[in-house]
Unconditional design. Structure first.
Length: 149
């Protein structure tokens, strides 16, 4: 991993306890990959819906991050709105990655219960933040293996 790699983490303030666990997992995974904390920029947004908007701005402005990691928890409430929100966020993040060429990984937990989300934020089911960070590092390594055009 290049010593100059710049990583942006964009995290939702909603379900903040879970989001903090995701951020901690991502930062720890990046550190294990040789990325120092000073190479990481952490931005908090109000909710998951704002993740693509902020990621898009980061990916289009200079200096661009080499990768963006989006972290949040979307948990089912009284209505199925969570499914619509999760789909919009995933599509938005994917579109940013494809249109800008900046890797954007999705560490967004979509769960029907708080217990399911907690299990995926450092609990029994692992840490989606760490997984998203590992994916970002893997993509950057792939990109480094072939020339840019």
């Amino acid at each position: 991993m290049p010593r100059t790699a710049r990583i942006a983490i964009v995290a939702s303030q909603f379900h903040q306890e879970i989001a903090r666990a995701l951020v901690m997992g991502a930062v720890e995974a990046l550190s294990r990959s040789g990325i120092s904390r000073r190479q990481i920029r952490l931005l908090w947004v109000p909710g998951a819906f704002e993740l693509p908007m902020v990621a898009a701005r980061l990916a289009r402005n200079r200096p661009r991050p080499d990768a963006i990691i989006a972290l949040a928890a979307i948990i089912r409430g009284q209505t199925p709105q969570y499914a619509v929100l999760a789909n919009a966020v995933a599509q938005g993040l994917s579109q940013i990655a494809v249109t800008t060429g900046v890797p954007v990984t999705c560490g967004v937990i979509v769960a029907t219960t708080l217990q399911q989300a907690t299990a995926r934020a450092g609990g029994t089911m692992g840490n989606r933040g760490a997984e998203a960070a590992a994916a970002a590092v893997s993509v950057l390594r792939l990109f480094n293996a072939f020339p840019r055009r």
